[in-house]
Ligand binder design. Structure first.
Ligand code: AOF
Ligand code: ZN
Length: 363
């Protein structure tokens, strides 16, 4: 199952709105267990992991065990049901990590297999499988993507000096890791102030992974992003979506669209500013399951205030900028510590001079 999970991870950032699934087919004859087929959900979400693995195993699948990181599907969607494909191939035993939360499946995949005499074992590495596909699970349960906040700061949590100087706080290895994060998400989002000040490209520029640049999103309620920005200039090549408030200047909207940008209207909250919950619902409806937020401080704070940040990837350089620098997260209005957002530290790695601490939302 650990192998199936590792294979599944290959699909992250490439398969939305589908989950990233892994499948390993094992035969236990002769000299002990042997893997005869491996598969993972393919870019675009299909073929599914099981059909890929069965295609490799061919006749060796007969009587074998299939380890799947998500319950095999039972519905006829854009592809035939994987449960049926496993039955047709003569699989004798299916070990599954976790049930598929898609209401079209939800236990029916396992049931179909059991009814036909296949031995089914459930809940193997279930927590890991849920963590891996948290984006898909949140899409089903909360109609929003998984939100990962990426921060690259000094030791004291500053992302720029008082004069706005920020290139570079962290070193090359940390920055390369940041690009890898981009490749494993469906979309990257920044606030309009960051897009204006930094004029970023927001692409994945790791050798060989150029084609894995996610959709670039700017939360830009009043369409302040310049038409001359790098993001707009290459919007025909790498998708650019602008989350904006309905209405606004029709000519300006048209100008963005002519450059290739897609405008997505987001209803404001009671305070008249863009509601992050509505923004995430809009993104979820069009199939974004994993969203990487790269700043700035105000966007990070507004997601944090609404308790919409699930994970933090915090890169820290061993430098101090001080209190006159620009903070990673703007004011949260926390008065009492009981009201502070809490995260759980999952691991810390050293990347050259810098560190990367990874956190998941506490309960
Ligand atoms: C599997 N194996 O690798 C994946 C599954 O539109 P379709 O036909 O591609 O079906 C999409 C649904 O299939 C998706 O919502 C989820 O329930 C399941 N994904 N199932 O057996 C896979 N990716
Ligand atoms: Zn399937």
């Amino acid at each position: 199952m650990k192998t199936a999970l590792t294979l599944a991870a290959r699909g992250l950032g490439q398969v939305a709105p589908n989950p990233a699934v892994g499948c390993v087919i094992v035969r236990e004859d002769g000299e002990g267990p042997r893997i005869v087929g491996r598969g993972w959900t393919q870019p675009g979400g299909r073929p599914h992991a099981e059909t890929e693995a069965l295609g490799r195993a061919r006749e060796l699948a007969k009587g074998a065990t299939a380890y799947v990181s998500l319950e095999p599907c039972s519905h006829r969607g854009k592809t035939g049901p994987c449960a049926e494909a496993l039955l047709d191939a003569g699989i004798a035993r299916v070990v599954g990590a976790v049930a598929d939360p898609n209401p079209e499946v939800a236990g029916r995949g396992f049931a179909m297999l059991q009814e036909k005499g296949v031995e089914v074992v459930e809940n193997v590495c279930a927590a890991e499988a849920r963590h891996l596909n948290a984006g898909f699970f949140l899409a089903m349960s909360e109609n929003r993507p998984l939100v990962t906040l990426k921060i690259a700061s000094s030791l004291d949590g500053r992302t720029a000096t008082h004069d706005g100087h920020s290139q570079w706080i962290t070193g090359e290895r940390a920055r390369a890791r940041g690009h890898l994060l981009r490749a494993t998400h469906d979309a990257i989002m920044v606030g309009s102030a960051t897009a204006i000040v930094d004029d970023p490209e927001l692409t994945c520029r790791l050798p060989g992974l150029g084609a894995r640049s996610p959709i670039r999103i700017v939360a830009d309620g009043r369409l302040r992003l310049p038409l001359t920005s790098k993001l707009v200039r290459d919007a025909m090549k790498v998708p650019l979506w602008l989350l904006t408030l309905p209405g606004g200047d029709a000519n300006r909207r048209k100008a963005f669209e002519e450059c290739g940008a897609v405008l997505i209207d987001v209803e404001p909250g009671e305070d008249g500013v863009m509601s992050m919950r509505n923004a995430l619902a809009a993104l979820s409806e069009i199939g974004v399951t994993r969203l990487l937020v790269e700043g700035g401080a105000r966007l990070a704070a507004s997601l944090m205030r609404d308790r919409l940040v699930d994970r933090i990837e915090w890169f820290q350089a061993p430098k101090l900028i001080g209190g006159d620098g620009y903070p990673a997260i703007a004011g949260l209005g926390v008065k009492h510590l009981d009201g502070a957002p809490v995260f759980e530290l999952r691991d810390v790695v050293q990347l050259g001079e810098d560190s990367l601490a990874r956190y998941a939302r506490g309960v």
